[in-house]
Design a protein around this ligand. Structure first.
Ligand SMILES: [Zn+2]
Length: 443
């Protein structure tokens, strides 16, 4: 890793050798959590955690595609810099060994590292295992068709596993490895699609009163989320019981949200707020309880923040695209607001028979304005501009009415290397194709 140098010495923020638990909750849009204003009780454990944590109200992921977004969370880099830019991952879309991940940073700082994931899109196949001493992705032997039927019968798919299994795997490793500083990444996938059926008591928690497919799936999403939340609660309780919660920072983030029918779109990939505004909760023991931060922050800011928080040594001159949230958390008057870039390239082809299947989509969010650009064959297809202050649900396109703002944001977007880069078309091998099919990404 080259020459190491001490990064920060800030006694009001850092604690030596604090453990870190990162839980990524795949496909969870922020507005489905109680602590983000949802009226149903989908997230009592995360709500309780947020009362003793810093909650970022406006966190934007850099992609609405699972491996791409996770790579940004883990490297602090934008997709065109970490180069894992598509789910449809042939060899050209693997996170390359030369990239520095949070797990590698933690490991080189003397931490034991364990990664426990719940679905194919975050596996070794995509290079996301880098830096983990223990790596657990055993879901190959699960069985089932993986689809919800008209009668709401749900089977378990064969390339993902439920939160209780992944939580148990996490806890058994933790029991063996808690004597020394550790970094754990646990990934849950339950709400991603209807494949993983939660236990009966969770299916009964929110009644299925409307029998049409969309409403059934929406309620199922809430049930699955409540189950994931309960498993988060189980892990947090175990940390308390083991007496290590007071020395363990806990971060909860999602890689992207979900359309759930908004903008006539069920899944993710097309970059409206419900797809890229994600939960982000950071619990630092005895620090900033119940703090809510309204400023725009990004997934890429996570690793630089952890480097500050845990006072980690870093290779000299290492570059992050993200920026530490230290000043925001400590209210030290950060002057320059962040701008959030997000992209979705080479992934829309999975959505057959949509207007977008051959397009790449890019967005820029400056905290007030949201600009979305569609491109196909290096040509512009469409532009959308939304004023998030007056139109948070992105219903009124102001592109034609506000040309100066649109031009400013287009210029800024074009300054990104990725935007003018002709991204290489991915290679999909047969094995990958079969797994993507079982996950419902392709038909
Ligand atoms: Zn995902």
């Amino acid at each position: 890793m080259g020459c190491m140098s001490c990064s920060h010495q800030d006694s009001d923020f850092t604690l030596p050798k604090m453990n870190l638990l990162l839980i990524t909750i795949d496909t969870v849009r922020a507005d489905r959590l109680g602590c983000y204003g949802y009226p149903k009780k989908t997230s009592p454990n995360m709500d309780k955690l947020s009362e003793n944590a810093v909650l970022f109200e406006n966190a934007i992921s850099q992609s609405a595609v699972t491996p791409v977004s996770h790579a940004s969370i883990m490297t602090g880099l934008l997709p065109h810099n970490h180069q894992l830019r598509s789910l449809h991952g042939g060899v050209n879309y693997e996170l390359q060994p030369g990239q520095l991940t949070l797990a590698e940073i933690m490991k080189s700082n003397g931490y034991r590292t364990g990664g426990f994931v719940s679905a194919f899109p975050v596996t070794q196949h995509y290079g996301l295992h880098q830096g983990f001493d223990a790596w657990d992705q055993q879901f190959e032997n699960n069985d089932g068709k993986g689809l919800i039927t008209d009668k709401n019968i749900v089977n378990t798919g064969n390339a993902q596993r439920r939160a209780d299994v992944t939580a148990s795997r996490t806890l058994s490793w933790l029991k063996q490895n808690a004597q020394k500083p550790f970094f754990i990444w646990t990934h849950f996938f339950d709400v991603h699609d209807p494949v993983l059926k939660p236990p009966k008591e969770y299916l009964e928690q929110f009644p299925f009163t409307l029998l049409d497919r969309i409403n059934t799936l929406r309620v199922l999403y809430d049930c699955e989320l409540a189950f994931m939340d309960a498993e988060i609660g189980r892990i947090l309780k175990k940390l308390e019981e083991m007496g290590i919660r007071k020395n363990t920072a806990v971060a909860i983030m999602a890689d992207h949200g979900e359309g759930l029918g908004d903008h006539q779109w069920w899944g993710h990939c097309i970059l409206y707020q419900e797809q890229i505004r994600v939960p982000f909760i950071l619990s630092i023991p005895d620090h900033k309880k119940g703090m809510r931060i309204r400023e725009l922050v990004r997934s890429i800011d996570f690793v630089p923040t952890i480097v500050d928080l845990l006072n980690l040594n870093m290779p000299q001159d290492h570059h992050f695209d993200g920026k530490s949230l230290h000043a925001l958390i400590n209210q030290k008057g950060e002057k320059k607001p962040r701008v959030a870039y997000s992209e979705s390239i080479n992934d829309l082809s999975a959505y057959y028979n949509t207007p977008f299947e051959n397009e790449s989509i890019y967005s820029l969010n400056d905290g007030r304005w949201k600009f979305i650009v569609h491109r196909e064959d290096s040509a512009y297809k469409s532009f959308e501009l939304f004023d998030l202050e007056t139109d948070p649900h992105e219903l009124k396109n102001l592109y034609a009415a506000t040309p100066q703002t649109a031009e400013r944001l287009l210029n800024q977007l074009e300054s990104y290397h990725s935007y003018i880069d002709n991204a290489q078309q991915p290679i999909i091998d047969e094995k990958t194709k079969a797994k993507l099919k079982s996950l419902g990404y392709i038909e």
